[in-house]
Structures are given as structure tokens and as C-alpha cells.
Design a protein around this ligand. Sequence first.
Ligand SMILES: [Fe+2]
Length: 227
Amino acid sequence: MTEPTNPRLIHFAEALPPAQKYNLHLMVSASLEMLANRLEPGKPPSAAWTTAVRVLARFGKQGAERMGLLPPIQVVLPELRREARAMEPTATRLAASSTKPGGEVARELARSRALRRIIESHVKEDLRPLGECHYHFYFRTGDHVAPHVDSAQTSYLNCVIVVDHDAGRDGRRHSALNTYDERGGRTRVPLDKGEAAALYATATVHARSPVWEGEKVTILSIGFGPR
Ligand SMILES: [Fe+2]
């Protein structure tokens, strides 16, 4: 039998002033990696995991949708690749990945009305640019990002773009964007090179699974807010 979830904690967020709500979101996000490490395939998750995912669901919409190859991205993809390659050597190392704010090419794409319109048509919601625009590099064996959520101030909805993805030494592309549900289930969002996904990043638990030996992934994320 599993422990009961905590309904008071699930509704707690709604009663908090904005600053405290922000702190609660950060704290729950920070607990996800440890809770995810205890998930076992085929077994029910801990009550703590289910409670955490339900608390986060109070912070926005949930879900991720593969949008495929989008024309406004396709026309600048070679330039994005060049920009990303030039920035990679000076990217900031985080826990198990590296990051760098987008350069002029990425920022121009983040401002593109055509891109925003296409995303809006996919998610059936009007959006506004939040100015968030970062490259994420996964180039050392095992590089990944543990399950987490993103701040509502930068990433209510993220447009996740696979700028580049080189296969590992075994010829396969292992690493992927994954989302998690309250039952501990994990869903792989299948994206090829150049493709994009719309991810409700503030309320959807998500991760990047590890790169294999020789595998290399470059992502550009662009943040949008609700209008
Ligand atoms: Fe994220």
C-alpha cells in the first residue's frame, strides 16, 4: 500500500503571496532529483513524488508537444549552429551540462513573431516573449539534466529546439527530453535535429537523459509567458 499524498500541501501554494509561492516552486523543484532517483519502473512512486508533481501542477499548464520542423527555425538553423559552436568553448559548466545565453542569431529568433504565431497555433494559447533564450550543451559522456521545473518568470512555456545532435559511438542518439507524471511515468519527447517542442516548463517535470559516449546535443530554449 502506498502512503497517502498530502492534499493540504497540494493546495498550499494557492494561499501564498507571490514571493512565497516563488520560493515554494523553487524548493519543490530542488527536491525532484532526489525523489526521481527513488522511482522504480513498474512500481508506484512515493507519496512525496506524487505530492510534488501535484503541487507543481498548480503553477501552470502541463504537457509537452513535438512541433517538428518549423520554417522560422529552419531558415536560421545553419546560423544557429555556427553561433552555438562558437559559444560552446566559453559556456558555463553547471552540474552535468553547460549553458550560455543566446547570441544575436538566437535572440533574433526569440523575437520572431512568425515563430511565436506557430507555437501559439500548436498550443492554442496567446503568448508573449519573456526574453529568456539560452543554449544548453551536453557534450561529455553522461551529461544530462535531472528532473526539474523552470521558473515561471522565464519559462512558462519553453520552445525547445534541437540545434544539433550527433549520435554516440554506437551510432545511436540516446539522449532525449523526457517528461514525468505523478504516477512516476516517464515520456520521451522524440525530436530529430532541427525539430522543436513546446514544453510547459513551469509545471511539467522534465529532464534531459544522459548522452552516450561520443554523443553530443545542443539545445536552444526560448521562454514565453501567457498573454
Ligand atoms: Fe528546464
